[in-house]
Every structure is written in C-alpha cells, then in structure tokens.
Design a protein around this ligand. Structure first.
Ligand SMILES: Cc1ncc(COP(=O)(O)O)c(C=O)c1O
Length: 471
C-alpha cells in the first residue's frame, strides 16, 4: 500500500513518522499483512535520513504494530481492532436532485436460497474459464496494448465486426460495424439512448409488468415513464400514450412474463412509431437461448424506417459481471451516440473487448452457446413439464420457448399462501412485483433456471408441490 506521511518539520521527525503510521494501523488504513515501504524508500520519499525511518519502524515493531520478516520486508501485524463505523444518517450541505433519494441501490445477491430459482444471471459454473484466462493473458502484452492511449469510443473494431456478423447470421439483423456501439451492458445502452433522444419531461413507454432498470434510468434523466399493459400477445400497442417519444420492448421474450410479441403487434408497433414519430428500443437480452426453431424475427429486421434501436448483452451468455453489451443504432444517431459514449466513459475496457472479439472469431462463442443451450434446454424442459403436470392445479404456465426463466400465474389465494410458505422453506421464487415494475395483479411467479442445476430443480419443485397440495 502506498503510504502518505506529512512532516511539518516542527517536532522530532522519527516521532511524527511513528505517530502517523501507528494511527494508520489503528484506524484501519493499513491492514494486517500489508507491506510497508523499505526504510530506504520511505526515507527517499520523505527526504529524511534513513536512520530517522529506522528509528520509527523499530519503535512500531517493539510495540507490536509491525513485524520485520528477514529478506521480505516490514509488515503490519494482525490486531483485534473494531470495525470502523459508518455514519448511519449521512449529513452535509449538499443535497441531490429530488429524484435520487428514492432510487434503489443494488440488492445483496450473496444470500442464495436453498433452491435457487432467481432470475438475472446464468450459471457461473459453465463459464469457459480456461479459454478466457488465455484470451485475457494474450491482451496484456506490449504488442496488444500499443501506446496505451484511449481508443475509439464506439468500441474495438474487431468486436464491432464480429457482433455485426453474429447478428446477421443468428438474428437476421442487417447492420454495418459502424453502427454497432459496444457498451457496458444493456444498462449503459439505455442510458446513452436516453441522453441522446429524451428532452427533460419527455414521455417514455415501457411494458408493465416489465424490466425495472429502463424506468429507473430514464426517470433519473428527467423523463416521464408510463407503464403500458402486456397481454398474451405482448405489449398492447393501442394503449400506448400518444406523446411517447420512446417505447421500450422485449419482443422475443417479454420480461418477466415470457410471452413473445405477436407478428401483428410488431407490425402495429412499427406503424405506431412511424405515425407518432417515436423511437423503439428492442431489448433482445436472452434471445441466444431458443429451444425451438419457430421464432419471430427481431423487430429490427422488420423495421424499414430506421426507428428501432436494438440492444443486446453478453451478460446472460457469459457473465453479468463482464459488463459487456452492444447497441445497434440507425446511422442517423451514429455521431450523437458515439459522442455520448465518449462523454460518459470514453470507451469500454479495451482488453476485454479484444478478448471477446477473439472468443467469437475463434469459434469458441458458438461452441459455448451450443453447450450452454443444451444445459438450459434440459432445465427449461424439467420446469415446463412440472408446470404442465403436477403443479398445473395451482399455477398456469405462460408458454415460452426461450430464455433463462419461465413464468406462471398463481391461481387463488390458497395457492398464494402456499407459495409464501414454500419460499420460507427455501424455494427461491420471485413474484412479478419483486423483479419487475408491475402492479400486484396478475399475481405471477418466475422460475429462473440460470443458477440451479437439474437435480436441485427436481427437489425444489417437489418441495413446492408438497406446499401447494397441502393448501
Ligand atoms: C430484460 C433484461 N434486459 C437486459 C438484461 C441485461 O442487462 P445488462 O447487459 O445491463 O447486464 C437483463 C438481465 O437480467 C434483463 O433481464
């Protein structure tokens, strides 16, 4: 740890060094086993004699704060110190804009239920660790790093090219690498879109029930966000507010219900956007996981007027912690979106982007997808079978053949009570209002299968069944 010592040259120098290092250990700035600079280095840094530093170190060692390890250096000892306290009611002269105090901070994901049906993440055990270790190591060589100067805001050219090619072959999306913007996940794409398209107070329409982050990010930017109901064909286009500038949809696999936006509604939505001069954000967040060939093409490939912004993510295919996603934008928004990305964070971490490009280019992405798709298909089928069979007396499944979760509607108050008990017994299901912006009705629950393997699915569903049958 780099250690700062301020000498005012009024008292004994060794005493000042001693007191400041002692205080740093006591208040936790220097922690157990941390190495201190050598006496020669610290003497050079402070412009004092080496003897002065040695005197301070010897006293700290004699009193038990430090230990000298021959040939290794001087280290901080373990002391039974109390945890530093964080003030509970932060006070101060600065106040945030009114929208911020009610904004949520990330929930604590560390507390996993026994039967982990939570949504939002894939199975980290399936991540191709060895391949990524190699790909990232390759990036940390002088030839790959180059001058180290900041790079193109829109992203690594190779990655933009492979994303365009992947989308053309897998999703029938015709785009040019110049119109691919690499982002820190879908979340940053939503933020950039809002910055570029929304005037303060502009109306935005989102699905309800729906994914909460778009509401939060656009409300934080000063937009008026309105929930529009979803039925068994997806977003009800007739219910869109006429003044919406932006409509956010998850057409392939509506979050959280799982329904697909019907072809009729897709065509209606595109025509509506044209009539109302609005933009559409198509979030295709988990479309890599399709368990049947009969899938509708993305809205983007039906769009003839350049109104659809298509966002995707590597969060579900690889890991959410990579924070790697992309935005396919109409050429008319190329300059402002790239400028917004530059203003926000200049660019997404380049070694990560380059490793991702190699992962796709070398065929590993396709191989990984084939592998995880098989695993998730099996999990999907297990849950779908239980929902169509033993659990069907209490829950109505929402038919879905994609993604990493299945939803079901709860029938009756007795089933709702039994669900509460099953959850208390460790069946980690979430209800719609907990994971989505929605009213309490319809009472839906979500079976995520990203994080739970097949045997645990069977055990969890059996436990759920017992609770539901007991009433
Ligand atoms: C509807 C939806 N969109 C996007 C994402 C991915 O977001 P990000 O790329 O920011 O991790 C998720 C992940 O849970 C999601 O549920």
């Amino acid at each position: 740890m780099d250690v700062a010592v301020r000498l005012d040259r009024t008292g004994g120098l060794a005493g000042q060094i001693y007191r400041q290092l002692r205080d740093a250990v006591l208040d936790g700035r220097l922690r157990r086993d941390e190495a201190l600079p050598s006496s020669r280095e610290l003497a050079e840094q402070l412009q004092v004699s080496r003897n002065t530093v040695t005197t301070a170190y010897e006293r700290l060692t004699a009193e038990g704060y430090l230990t000298g390890r021959p040939g290794a250096g001087t280290f901080v000892n373990a002391l039974p110190l109390a945890e530093p306290t964080v003030p509970q009611t932060p006070t101060g002269p600065l106040t945030p804009r009114p929208v911020w105090p009610s904004m949520p901070v990330p929930p604590d994901f560390s507390d996993a239920p026994e039967f982990d049906f939570r949504v939002g993440a894939p199975d980290a055990r399936l991540f191709p660790y060895a391949a990524w270790r190699r790909l990232l190591t390759d990036q940390f060589r002088p030839a790959a790093v180059g001058t180290g100067m900041p790079a193109e805001p829109a992203g690594h050219t190779g990655l933009r090219t492979v994303i365009a090619r992947h989308l053309r072959t897998a999703r029938f999306i015709e785009t040019h690498p110049q119109d691919v913007l690499v982002t820190c996940g879908v979340q940053q794409a939503l933020d950039l879109i809002g910055r570029v398209l929304l005037e303060p107070g502009a109306t935005v329409a989102i699905e309800e029930p729906g994914y909460a982050p778009p509401r939060l990010v656009w409300e934080a930017q000063g937009a008026k966000v309105i929930g529009v109901p979803v039925d068994d064909q997806g977003l009800i286009v007739d219910a869109l507010p006429a003044d919406a500038r932006l409509v956010y949809v998850t057409p392939s696999h509506q979050y959280p219900t799982g329904v697909a936006l019907s072809l009729r509604r897709r065509v209606e939505l595109l025509a509506w956007a044209q009539r109302h001069d609005a933009a559409i954000v198509e979030d295709d967040y988990d479309s890599e996981f399709r368990y049947t060939e009969q899938q509708l093409e993305p809205l983007h490939s039906l769009d003839r007027s350049g109104r659809v912004l298509y966002v995707g993510s590597f969060s579900k295919v690889l890991l959410p912690t990579l924070r790697l996603g992309f935005l396919i934008h109409p050429p008319s928004l190329r300059h402002p979106l790239h400028a917004a990305k530059f203003l926000t964070d200049w660019h997404t971490a380049l070694p990560l982007q380059a490793a991702m490009a190699d992962f796709v280019e070398q065929g590993m992405f396709a191989r990984h997808l084939r592998r995880v798709r098989r695993v998730y298909r099996q999990r999907h089928e297990r849950i779908a079978a239980a929902l169509a069979g033993p659990l069907s007396a209490h829950l109505t499944v929402v038919p879905s053949t994609a993604g990493l979760h299945l939803s079901a509607m709860v029938r009756g108050a007795t089933a709702a009570d039994a669900l509460v008990r099953a959850r208390a017994a460790g069946v980690g299901l979430a209800s719609f209002p907990e994971i989505a912006t929605s009213a309490p009705d319809p009472p839906g629950v979500v079976f995520g299968y990203g994080m739970i393997d097949a045997p645990r699915i069977d055990e969890g569903l059996a436990l759920l069944h017992r609770h539901l049958d007991a009433g």
